[in-house]
Design a protein around this ligand. Structure first.
Ligand SMILES: *Cc1c(COP(=O)(O)O)cnc(C)c1O
Length: 398
């Protein structure tokens, strides 16, 4: 008999098996041991194998490869990069590619934190920024400066669901050698492929529709240009924007059902938009493929008729009607996110757009009765009846 150990701090191996797990193993190891210094040297020299989790780990790599397949990213370019959040994906692009004196042009209805980066954080680093209306490529062109290095746009704006003139913007930027970065979170690769359309960089908040279950915070960034990829990856690793293995593992599982969730949520969204438009308490409905949408033709051409899962609407009433609506729909989560498997309601005047003045919101058509619905995959009839009852309660009480 072997003498028992006083402590079992031993780095034992992993049991061998001729069969392999069907599920991707979760690998939380922060560090990897190499056989000898020569092997470690070689690993650093050609970036092969894992050394330290901030520099890369298997769960991030597996997830990146799967999103690459959806976004049409050629693995020969090095493939996509997973970051710790959607904001860190955008942060890695900015930190990796911009320097003091550069100018960045953004769409004027970017995600709230992206707008904050543009308004406060980049200027603090000596980087100029400005915003223009991306539904009008000539307005974007007029905002170009001699030092414009990059354009950041979202294809479909939040929460007003306007559709950007992507063809016009990409053509204009290409002619000037300006990088186009597309935040593809809202549209998803099911409706739009930024790199195939000629953009240089695509980014995602994986947190939203791709992972789909509101249990992992992650981002993704990809480019086909190996030099840009290296600079973005260096920023990700150096600034420590890298993801948790567990979040990557959860997101991979969520991603497997993305195409099914997307189709079901989009079918529900189309039906909900039409139902809302018929409700007496509703002043306006915004859904890209509805014929009354201001960018209907572009949505059909650019997105192949894929309207997505986001619907916005405005009640006739103001804040009081808005309060009544959320209270009357307790089973629809009133939560400032999107892309969850279940429907969530957000009220931009009290959340994403609370920083704007009432006049600023009015210019965007965001009244106190304005809601954005991230439609989920539940039974459409139930969803329509719940929201319909809430709209009726709101218009009766207000
Ligand atoms: C949520 C979101 C982000 C930020 O993503 P996080 O994962 O929350 O950091 C960026 N862009 C868009 C369009 C988003 O919806």
């Amino acid at each position: 008999m072997k003498a028992p150990l006083k402590s079992i701090v031993r780095r034992t191996g992993w049991p061998t098996s001729v069969s392999r797990p069907v599920v991707t193993p979760l690998q939380p190891s922060v560090v990897y041991s190499s056989p000898d210094p020569d092997a470690l040297d070689a690993q650093y020299a050609d970036a092969s194998g894992y050394t330290y989790a901030r520099e890369g780990h298997p769960n991030a790599e597996v997830l990146a490869e799967k999103i690459d397949m959806l976004e049409g990213v050629d693995p020969a370019s090095g493939g996509g990069i997973i970051t710790g959040s959607g904001m860190s994906a955008i942060g890695a692009v900015f930190l990796g590619l911009l320097k003091a004196g550069d100018h960045v042009l953004g769409g004027d209805q970017l995600y709230g934190r992206s707008l904050r980066l543009m308004a406060q954080d980049l200027p603090r680093l000596g980087i100029e920024t400005s915003l223009a209306d991306p539904t009008d490529a000539s307005a974007m062109e007029a905002a170009i400066r001699p030092n414009t290095r990059m354009i950041l746009v979202e294809v479909v704006s939040n929460p007003t669901i306007r559709v950007a003139d992507m063809e016009g913007i990409i053509a204009m930027a290409k002619a000037r050698g300006i990088l186009v970065v597309v935040d593809n979170t809202f549209t998803t690769p099911a409706a739009y492929l930024p790199l195939a359309a000629g953009a240089d960089i695509t980014v995602h908040s994986v947190t939203k529709l791709l992972a789909g279950h509101s249990d992992a915070t992650l981002g993704y960034v990809a480019t086909q240009d190996p030099d840009l990829r290296r600079q973005i990856n260096d920023a990700n690793v150096t600034w420590g924007l890298t993801p948790s293995p567990f979040d990557c593992w959860l997101a991979e599982r969520g991603l497997h059902s993305f195409h099914l969730r997307h189709r079901a949520a989009q079918d529900n969204a189309r039906r909900l938009a039409d139902a809302l438009a018929d409700m007496p308490g509703v002043a306006k409905v915004l859904y890209p493929t509805r014929s009354d949408h201001p960018d209907h033709n572009r949505a059909v051409a650019l997105l192949g008729g894929q309207g997505g899962n986001m619907v916005s609407f405005a009640l006739h009433g103001g804040r009081e009607a808005a309060n009544l609506l959320t209270r009357a729909a307790p089973d629809i989560a009133f939560a400032p996110t999107l892309g969850d498997i279940g429907t969530t309601l957000s009220h931009p005047p009290s959340s994403s757009h609370r920083g704007l003045t009432p006049e600023g919101r009015a210019a965007l058509g965001i009244t106190e009765g304005f809601f954005r619905v991230s439609v989920g995959v539940e039974d459409a009839d139930l969803l329509i009846s719940e929201l319909g009852a809430a709209v009726a309660a709101a218009s009766k009480g207000a």
